[in-house]
Ligand binder design. Structure first.
Ligand code: NAP
Length: 294
């Protein structure tokens, strides 16, 4: 059984990007520039955005943090996005979610210029992904593809079962695994809360990608020997054994499931750290005009 070390792979990717940035600087090229829009002061969002800005610094990207109060109107946010769309110094940007309830998240996503949509959430990005055209892949699914690739996990002809159909993880993951690409070409089954006899499907999975948000949902009796497990779930549970007062659990009952696996991602340290690496890779692509010509 191999434990997939997402922390190491993310760090390797960031080191590789940092080398690319040094080359860009040596050639008097333009340094990639990522902007992040943070509306309100949600604690978790502050942490995520701070980590993204720090990662930009680490690899040598420029970054801009646009802070807006939680009283920001939808119109004010749309005007800010227009400024970012028109700003030729900014290669890509993200709007950190969740947004305050009075703002329609989909209206905001659609207002992001597709060529700057480094989160890969714009309908045009999703459509291009489905059509297997060059695009920005959403961060978490892109991170999972990177893990499969870096660990050279065989996927062609395998049965990949995805649990969960959210727009940010499960659905895009099912599309990516079915595409005619390296580290894809699977036969895919997408399961959700209305799936009958879920265990019948999980037991048939060669590759099981779990994105439910239900701590320790997948148990040893639900999987076959040799399965590859990608556990996306993150649930905080109270703990008196940690300084923070909580610990993180995945959607898979790790201790009993891991011995049956050929590969498994731990929580934390598996899929989670890959999100930032994906965002940086998308920003690099944007600055080079690899998806849309500059
Ligand atoms: P979500 O939007 O809540 O979607 C959960 C999905 O699970 C839904 O499609 C739901 O089905 C399905 N589901 C719920 N209970 C089920 C059951 N008993 N049987 C089968 N399917 C069931 O969640 P998400 O945003 O995809 O996130 C999933 C988990 O991944 C969360 O723990 C989240 O924190 C974590 N996450 C981690 C990262 C990372 O970087 N590691 C990134 C994103 C998310 P219905 O559609 O029928 O409701």
């Amino acid at each position: 059984m191999t434990i997939i070390d997402g922390k190491k792979i993310s760090s390797d990717i960031q080191d590789e990007i940092a080398i690319e940035v040094k080359t860009i600087i040596a050639n008097n090229g333009r340094i990639p520039h990522l902007a992040a829009v943070l509306v309100g002061n949600d604690g978790a969002s502050e942490t995520y955005v701070a980590a993204k800005v720090k990662a930009c610094e680490r690899v040598g990207f420029k970054s801009t943090l646009v802070r807006m109060p939680d009283t920001t109107t939808e119109q004010e946010l749309l005007s800010k996005l227009k400024e970012l769309n028109d700003d030729s110094h900014i290669d890509g940007y993200i709007v950190q979610s969740p947004l305050p309830k009075h703002i329609d998240e989909y209206k905001i996503i659609e207002a992001i210029a597709p060529e700057k949509d480094v989160d890969g959430f714009h309908p045009q990005s999703v459509g291009r992904m489905a059509l297997n055209l060059p695009t920005y892949l959403p961060a978490t699914p892109f991170g999972i593809v990177q893990l499969l690739e870096r660990y050279k996990i065989e996927t062609a002809g395998k049965h990949c079962v995805v649990l969960g159909r959210s727009h940010i993880v499960g659905s895009p993951m099912s599309i990516l695994m079915a595409r005619n690409n390296a580290y894809a070409n699977c036969t895919v089954t997408l399961c959700h809360s209305k799936t009958a006899n879920l265990k019948e499907f999980t037991l048939k999975a060669d590759i099981l990608i779990v994105a439910l948000g239900k701590a320790e949902f997948v148990t040893a009796e639900m999987v076959k020997d040799g399965v590859v497990i990608i556990d996306v779930g993150i649930t905080r549970v109270p703990s008196d054994k940690t300084k923070s007062g909580f610990r993180l659990l995945g959607d898979v009952k790790y201790d009993e499931v891991a011995p049956k696996c050929s590969f498994i991602t731990p929580v934390p340290g598996g899929v989670g750290p890959m999100t930032i690496a994906s965002l940086l890779l998308n920003t690099l692509k944007a600055s080079r005009g690899e998806v849309y010509k500059k």
